[in-house]
Design a binder for this molecule. Structure first.
Ligand SMILES: C[S@@+](CC[C@H](N)C(=O)[O-])C[C@H]1O[C@@H](n2cnc3c(N)ncnc32)[C@H](O)[C@@H]1O
Length: 201
C-alpha cells in the first residue's frame, strides 16, 4: 500500500497565509531541476506548503525557511513535528535582518517586496544556483526582474501556469466552469559561475 505522500500531508496541514499550490511548485521543479541533495533557502514560510514540498524532493538535502510571524512559524513547526519532516527547519526571524549560515543551491522567495531580498540571496547562492520568486502581481515581477538583471543572474524567465480541470462524463465533457484561474507569476534565474579571474564561465 502506498504510504501517505506529500500531497496528502499538504491537504491535512493547517493552512494560514495564502500558499503556493502544487501546480506552481511543480514549475519551480521544472525550471530549476531541483533534486535530492540540494540545499534550499525559502522565505517567507507562510503555511509551509512550498517549504514542505521542496523538503520532500531534496532529502537528504535540507530546506531552511524564514518566517517573521510567530504564529505562522509555530504552525509550521507543529506540522513538521506531526509529519516527521526532519530536513526542514523554520526560523522565526525577519529574513532581511537574519544572517543565514551556509550556501544554497536554490532560493525560493514568496514575500512582499522580494526585490529587497534578492541582493542578499545572490551572495548566499552557490555558483549555478537558482533564485525562484513567486509574485501575485506583475508590478512585483517588474521590480524583481530589474534587480535580478542588475546583479548579473543569467537566463531570467517569468512564467505563469494556467491549469484547467475538465469535467468528464459519458454525455458531455467540458472544462470545470469555476476554480482558481490566476495564482501568481514565477520568475526564475540562475547565478552563473564566476571563475577566479572574475570572468563568467
Ligand atoms: C504568501 S506567504 C508564503 C506562503 C508559502 N510560500 C507557502 O507556500 O505556504 C508570505 C509570508 O512571508 C512572510 N514574510 C513577509 N516578509 C517577511 C520577512 N521580511 N521575513 C520573513 N518572513 C516574511 C509573511 O509573514 C507571510 O507569512
Amino acid at each position: 500500500m502506498l504510504k501517505t505522500n506529500m500531497l496528502d500531508v499538504l491537504k491535512k496541514a493547517r493552512r494560514m497565509p495564502q500558499v503556493i499550490l502544487p501546480k506552481d511548485a511543480a514549475m519551480i521543479v521544472a525550471y530549476t531541476g531541483v533534486s535530492p541533495g540540494w540545499n534550499v533557502i525559502d522565505a517567507g514560510t507562510g503555511s509551509g506548503w512550498l517549504a514542505m514540498f521542496l523538503a520532500n524532493i531534496v532529502k537528504p538535502g535540507k530546506v531552511v525557511s524564514y518566517e517573521r510571524n510567530e504564529i505562522f512559524a509555530k504552525n509550521v513547526v507543529k506540522i513538521i513535528k506531526d509529519f516527521n519532516i526532519d530536513n526542514l527547519k523554520v526560523i522565526n526571524k525577519d529574513v532581511l535582518r537574519a544572517k543565514p549560515r551556509g550556501r544554497f543551491d536554490l532560493a525560493t522567495l514568496d514575500l512582499k517586496n522580494a526585490e529587497n531580498l534578492v541582493p542578499k540571496i545572490f551572495k548566499l547562492l552557490n555558483d549555478n544556483g537558482y533564485v525562484a520568486v513567486y509574485s501575485p502581481h506583475i508590478e512585483q515581477v517588474k521590480r524583481v526582474r530589474k534587480v535580478i538583471e542588475k546583479l548579473g543572474f543569467v537566463g531570467p524567465v517569468t512564467i505563469e501556469n494556467i491549469v484547467r480541470e475538465w469535467k468528464v462524463t459519458d454525455d458531455f465533457t467540458h472544462p470545470v466552469p469555476s476554480g482558481v484561474l490566476h495564482t501568481g507569476f514565477l520568475t526564475v534565474a540562475k547565478k552563473a559561475g564566476i571563475a577566479k579571474s572574475g570572468l563568467r564561465r
